[in-house]
Design a protein around this ligand. Sequence first.
Ligand SMILES: [Zn+2]
Ligand SMILES: [Zn+2]
Length: 298
Amino acid sequence: MSATPPISTASCTSSPGATPEPCPKPTLWSATALPHRPDPTCDTHVHTRLCGHAVGDMEEYVQAAIARGLRRLTFLEHLEEGIDSPVVTWLTEADFDLYFSEGERLRRLYGEKIDIRLGVECGYNEEAVENLRHRLAARPWDAVGISCHYLRTAPSRHLNLFSRRRENVEAAAREGGDALLSRYFALLGEAVMELSAGTTLCHLDGALRHLPGLRLLDHHLEQVTTLLDLIKQRGLYLEVNTSGIAIRGEPFPRQSILAMAVERDIPLQLASDAHRPEEVGRSFALAGELIRSLAAPC
Ligand SMILES: [Zn+2]
Ligand SMILES: [Zn+2]
């Protein structure tokens, strides 16, 4: 059985505005705490069966993280507001009550072995900004990830841009990937401006990941540049979401965008976006190599 690393009060922290805590020596990278070198012992984004499209209880994710030798695990469960969709992919307020009470129980049980954080992935909806703000302010989140999963494509229908379901991929193709992507990047920028509780931008170029042949065009790249400048200006973390490696061989965001982030000294966080316990901490070594190569001086 592998030894459990001692828990530390370190700061792979999800809260850029918070007072920095002491950091232990990172195990894989140099102790030089460059902002673009995220701590590989912290997984900053996992889900659970509570969201309806993941499997495994919170406890199974904690046990998987301990088995992997992680020092910190941040649950970042789905919050959406005002979305018209036949498939629910988010937690209700009653689910979040359970989430917090179970999270507290797990902290008591496993707190000696791992630092458990209870955060939220807030899906942006420009029609429901006040309600989103209200719900974000109502609970003591340890981290607030900003994303945008849904776009309205009909008076009574939102389209899930991250879904691999055939009906959603076909609907996206009918709408046109180029136009949807432009709307998506514009909304992410709006989200960063509107949701001041946000601490991290999640899976930046992950939208329409299952739409074949989608490419980032020049005008999309201009939007991404503006978005990165905004992230830097507002002091957010940028997530390096390793779920992309299994889907397309690169994290979300892709290498070229990560290079732009590193150039701007935007702090990065590693995130598995696990929807199964065995995915906790997935491909972190590979993502670490990639970031290190981008950060290395010529
Ligand atoms: Zn999910
Ligand atoms: Zn997401």
